[in-house]
Design a binder for this molecule. Structure first.
Ligand code: FAD
Length: 390
């Protein structure tokens, strides 16, 4: 990869960044810098992206890069997804919700969908015609997903779905939703099923507010309501009902690792921007970098980000080899997102008052970073999972 922010660490490229992955990173970086970055301020103000940007990303090959070519994807792996996510954070357009679409929603369809479902949905996800969301969280069930109340009742060859979801990323734009429902509430987790809703094809589906967040402004986050929504029973993911919880658990390592991708890439960008700034900014007749406090702070941060990057690279290598266990994935999610919070906070401090001004990217990074410790399973839940392995 020829990345300015990542190069700041001076690390050798890991083996999983082969020429193809490196080229994809460069292409994604160029596309995002030329097509998305100039309009990013507008999306941040409107608190939503437009569909055109998704379609452009699809044409550029940035959607479903790790889906097989026969389903419209590029036939890549998580290494390719990592390259795209890193480019998003290095360019600084973190609100573009394609990472969730690519490496969380599409894999559910690839891994658990029937041949017919894959043919039906994946090519349109790859083109940007369909925008994906995953709807787990409800007003009364966040960390404790066993408490999901959304109900799918079988009625002939249809499911009748009732319930509500909240905090759903891409919730305003999404027209393909992987919905976590209870098909048999009496069975608890074993009565949970994943059902795909193509929102344009159903009645009784409503979007609530585009929620007013403190960061990631351009990424729409919504409440969703299902009032007697009917879908064919063939929209179930998997061959039998009740597999939803197991499916969620199987996909969690990649979802958690992906939060680590954003975290490490944002740390690198924060470091790069801050080093540039303190070299230029003068106080008491010298550059801010000349103060020993600045040097020590940045020396500490560079060391920690390097440790984080090495750990991240190792997690990706293990994931590609099929061996990233849920405990290590939880460590990556928790530790890298904690590191991100610390790095952007301490970098912001070195910008002085300018760091608090929204026109400086570090201010936005500070706001955008906060949620990383909350979504995808809070960092407290990550520690619970790690503790169970002790
Ligand atoms: C911007 C944003 C985007 C999101 N996107 C999505 C999405 O696309 N799809 C989706 O389904 N969800 C999404 N979420 C929801 C997110 O995953 C949940 O907010 C998260 O899992 C926490 O659930 P909660 O908010 O209900 O908090 P709660 O579960 O109520 O937790 C409150 C506090 O209690 C702590 N806590 C809870 N249980 C324990 C325990 N056993 N031990 C110790 N501490 C505990 C938590 O760590 C937290 O600090 C999103 C959230 C945000 C903010």
């Amino acid at each position: 990869m020829t990345t300015a922010p990542a190069d700041i660490l001076g690390l050798p490229k890991p083996a999983w960044v082969d020429d193809e992955v490196g080229m994809l990173y460069d292409m994604a970086h160029r596309f995002l810098s030329e097509e998305i970055e100039p309009r990013y301020e507008e999306f941040e103000k409107k608190e939503i992206f437009d569909r055109e940007s998704w379609k452009k990303a699809g044409s550029a090959g940035l959607l479903c890069a790790s889906m097989p070519e026969e389903y419209g994807g590029s036939g890549g792996t998580f290494a390719h997804e990592s390259a795209i996510i890193e480019a998003i954070s290095h360019v600084g357009v973190d609100g573009f919700g394609i990472a969730l679409h690519n490496s969380i929603v599409a894999p559910y369809i690839l891994h658990y969908g029937s041949e017919e479902q894959k043919q039906k949905w994946l090519p349109r996800m790859a083109s940007g015609e369909l925008i994906g969301a995953i709807a787990m969280t409800e007003p009364g069930a966040g960390s404790d997903l066993q408490g999901v109340k959304t109900r799918a009742e079988k009625d002939g060859n249809q499911y009748r779905i009732n319930g509500s979801k909240t905090f759903i990323t891409n919730g305003q734009l999404a027209n393909l939703i992987v919905l976590v429902t209870k098909t048999d509430p009496a069975k608890g987790a074993k009565g949970t099923s994943l059902i795909v809703i193509e929102t344009d094809e159903v009645e009784g589906f409503e979007r609530g507010r585009n929620l007013d967040k403190i960061g990631l402004k351009s990424n729409d986050t919504s409440e969703l309501f299902f009032n007697d929504v009917r879908v064919p029973t063939s929209n179930l993911l998997g061959t039998v009902e009740g597999e939803g919880f197991v499916q969620l658990m199987q996909q969690l390592p990649q979802e958690r690792l992906q939060i680590g991708t954003t975290a490490i890439a944002m740390c690198e960008r924060a470091l790069a921007l801050t080093i540039d700034y303190v070299k230029e900014r003068k106080a008491f007749g010298k550059a801010v970098l000349d103060f020993q406090n600045t040097q020590f702070k940045l020396a500490e941060l560079k060391t920690e980000v390097t440790i984080g990057r090495v750990f991240y690279n190792d997690c990706v290598a293990r994931h590609l080899a099929g061996g990233l266990d849920p405990v290590t994935a939880s460590m990556a999610k928790y530790w890298l997102s904690d590191l991100q919070g610390k790095v952007v906070d301490q970098c912001l401090q070195l910008f002085g008052g300018y760091g608090y001004m929204n026109e400086y990217p570090i201010a936005r990074m500070f706001r955008d970073a906060r949620v990383q410790r909350i979504y995808g399973g809070t960092n407290e839940i990550m520690k619970l999972l790690i503790a169970r392995s002790l």
